[in-house]
Design a protein around this ligand. Structure first.
Ligand code: ADP
Ligand code: ADP
Length: 243
């Protein structure tokens, strides 16, 4: 079953052709690295999947996530909110609310699941707090639940962001350079957590990386971009070490 379908995607920024006829399909349970040097279009492609960027107006691009149309012919589809609510997004800089507790940051995931203004003012239920604690346990941070996020290391903060996606009950996780700001030890832990979630929960993971070694170690499939074009899509073991 397909969880991502991208067809004929083109994106220009002024005269810069950032994505050139990109095609991508991902099936349920896959863990895919989007690999490429800085400026090759990885982030731009990932952002299209969550409706953070819209493709060229004059072109025929189509994006579907979890069977829900996200955008078509340079316009967002009304259903983009529905696909977003089921998509966990991990950012290089974590995007946490650093003055709030770890637990509250995870609980924010429950809000994205049911996006309504009413839920913002509602108190979180005991069962939601239990779920949030379970998500924190999943990433090995339950003992930090009541601390402020700002007291955590970068690697720990990224694990909180993953717990937030679990709280959201995301069916797919899109991670944009999740380890680019982290030291090697934290990078390893974060990639292992993403791999475990993928293998145990069957959640599809698409992760942008610029280092071939991490892609090869953790992702069975690599889609490599060069100047906005897909130039390799296949098993990571067949990829050369210097490509
Ligand atoms: P990567 O994630 O592989 O580093 P990006 O997707 O960030 O690549 O960028 C691809 C190209 O698009 C780059 O040339 C970048 O400068 C350009 N680009 C990305 N976002 C914007 C933007 N908001 N405005 C203008 N140009 C952009
Ligand atoms: P990334 O780390 O995702 O590659 P960058 O650090 O290159 O992103 O860019 C950070 C922000 O600046 C993003 O919002 C991106 O869309 C925007 N951006 C990137 N390149 C350009 C550009 N040439 N002109 C304007 N905005 C850009």
């Amino acid at each position: 079953q397909q969880v991502i379908s991208v067809q004929q995607l083109n994106k220009h920024f002024a005269n810069n052709h950032a994505l050139k006829n990109v095609e991508l399909s991902v099936t349920q349970g896959e863990m895919v690295a989007l690999l490429g040097p800085s400026g090759s279009g990885k982030s731009t492609l990932l952002r299209h999947l969550n409706g953070l960027v819209c493709s060229d107006k004059s072109a025929k691009g189509y994006v579907e996530v979890l069977g829900i149309p996200v955008q078509k012919n340079g316009k967002y589809c009304a259903s983009v909110r529905q696909s977003r609510s089921q998509t966990g997004y991990i950012f290089q800089q974590f995007n946490l609310v650093t003055r709030l507790s770890v637990l509250h940051n995870v609980l924010i995931g429950a809000l994205s699941r049911t996006p309504s203004w009413r839920s913002l003012s509602a108190r979180f239920s005991l069962s939601q707090k239990r779920q949030a604690l379970a998500a924190l346990k999943r990433v090995g941070l339950e003992q930090f639940a009541l601390q402020r996020v700002s007291t955590l290391s970068g690697g720990q903060q990224q694990r909180v962001a993953i717990a937030r996606a679990l709280m959201q009950q995301a069916k797919i996780i899109l991670a944009d350079e999740p380890i680019a700001s982290l030291d090697p030890e934290s990078s390893r832990i974060v990639m292992e957590i993403l791999r475990d979630i993928n293998q145990q929960e069957g959640i599809a993971v698409v992760v942008t990386l610029h280092q071939v070694d991490y892609a090869k170690r953790y992702c069975p499939r690599v889609v490599a971009l060069k100047q906005g074009e897909v130039f390799y899509d296949g098993p990571s073991e067949q990829l050369g070490d210097n490509s």
